[in-house]
Design a protein around this ligand. Structure first.
Ligand SMILES: *Cc1c(COP(=O)(O)O)cnc(C)c1O
Length: 301
C-alpha cells in the first residue's frame, strides 16, 4: 500500500571550476532523491515514519512557503498517515502554490497568529491542538528532532570519495546537527545560516545533538543575504552563472546561499590547497519540482 521510498544513496557530482583554485568541490545531490519528498526533508522524516504510522496522524509547523510542510503532506499520502499543518500567520485565500500543494496532497491546514506561533512548542499551545485534533505524532518546526538528526547523520557515510569538509545550509540546524554527528575523525562540517541573527543556532544544533556538541562543526553566519527568503542581484547572478557553467539550477532560499559561501571561502583562501569540500544540495528549487512536473522542468532550462 506504500508508495516507493525515495532513492538513496544520492549521487555525487564533481564541479570543475577555475574559480575554486586548488579546492576540489563535490556536490552531494540530495535534491535528486525524490521529486515530492526531496533532500534533507526525507532524511529528517525517514526515522519518524514508524511513529507517524503508529499514531496515524502527524502534526507539524511551518511558514506559508515551508518545504517541510509540503514534504510531510507528500509523505502522509505516500506512506499512509493523516497530516495536519499548523501555519504561521493568518489564512490567505486562495492558498499560495506551496500550501495549495500541501492541501492537494491531503494535509489539513490550520493557522496560528504570530504570538501564538512563537509559543507553538509549549505545553499550553500543544494541549489546545490536542483538544482540537486528537492524538498525533508531533514533528517540531522544520522536522528537526532526534530521529531527524539520525537520518541526516547517514549523509557523510554515503560519500564514496575521501573528503575533508562538508557544507550545508541551515534553517533550524537539524541537518547540520546530523551531518556533524556522522563525520569521521579529521573531517569537519560548516553550516551556513540563511536567517539573519541566527545567534540561537549554535545552541540549537548542540541541543539537537543531545546537549553536547558531537563532531567538528562551525557556522559561517555571513551569507544570509539580508535574511530568510531575501535575495538580491549578487545572489541571482551567482545562480545564473552556476546554471550556465554547470547546468544545475540552485534552490535559492538555502542552497545558493551556502554554495556562494563555499566559493567565497575558497576565494579567500580559507581552505588549504588540495582540500576536498562536499556541498550538500539539500533540496531542489520549488518551482522546478513536483508541482510543475517534467514539462515545467524542461521549460526552465
Ligand atoms: C528545509 C531546508 C533546509 C534547512 O534544514 P534545517 O535542518 O532546518 O537546518 C536546508 N536546505 C533546504 C533545501 C531545505 O529545504
Amino acid at each position: 500500500m506504500d508508495g516507493p521510498a525515495p532513492r538513496l544513496p544520492s549521487p555525487l557530482q564533481e564541479v570543475r571550476d577555475p574559480r575554486l583554485g586548488g579546492v576540489r568541490l563535490l556536490l552531494k545531490r540530495d535534491d535528486l532523491i525524490d521529486p515530492e519528498i526531496p533532500g534533507n526533508k526525507w532524511r529528517k522524516l525517514r526515522y519518524n515514519l514508524a511513529a507517524a504510522r503508529a499514531h496515524g496522524t502527524v502534526l507539524t509547523f511551518g511558514g506559508a512557503y515551508s518545504g517541510h510542510l509540503r514534504a510531510v503532506a507528500a509523505a502522509g499520502r505516500r506512506f499512509g498517515f493523516r497530516t495536519i499543518g499548523v501555519v504561521r500567520g493568518e489564512e490567505h485565500l486562495p492558498l499560495n502554490p506551496s500550501l495549495a500543494q500541501a492541501a492537494a496532497w491531503g494535509m489539513r491546514l490550520t493557522y496560528l497568529d504570530r504570538a501564538a506561533y512563537r509559543r507553538k512548542h509549549t505545553e499550553e499551545v500543544l494541549a489546545r491542538l490536542r483538544e482540537r485534533f486528537g492524538d498525533f505524532h508531533l514533528l517540531p518546526e522544520g522536522g528537526s528532532n532526534a530521529d531527524a538528526v539520525r537520518g541526516c547523520a547517514e549523509i557523510p557515510g554515503e560519500i564514496t570519495e575521501p573528503f575533508d569538509v562538508i557544507c550545508c545550509a541551515c534553517g533550524t540546524g537539524g541537518t547540520l546537527a546530523g551531518i556533524a554527528a556522522g563525520l569521521r575523525p579529521g573531517q569537519r562540517a560548516i553550516g551556513f545560516p540563511v536567517l539573519k541573527g541566527a545567534a540561537f543556532l549554535a545552541a540549537e544544533v548542540t541541543r539537537l545533538q543531545g546537549g553536547a556538541p558531537v563532531g567538528d562543526w562551525s557556522l559561517e553566519p555571513g551569507y544570509h543575504f539580508g535574511g530568510y527568503a531575501r535575495r538580491g542581484a549578487e545572489l541571482d547572478g551567482f545562480i545564473a552563472d552556476f546554471r550556465d557553467r554547470h547546468g544545475v539550477e540552485l534552490e535559492w532560499v538555502y542552497v545558493a546561499k551556502m554554495l556562494y559561501g563555499v566559493y567565497d571561502l575558497a576565494a579567500r583562501g580559507v581552505f588549504a590547497p588540495g582540500t576536498t569540500v562536499v556541498a550538500v544540495i539539500t533540496g531542489p528549487p520549488f518551482d522546478s519540482g513536483a508541482r510543475r512536473g517534467a514539462a515545467g522542468r524542461r521549460a526552465l532550462r
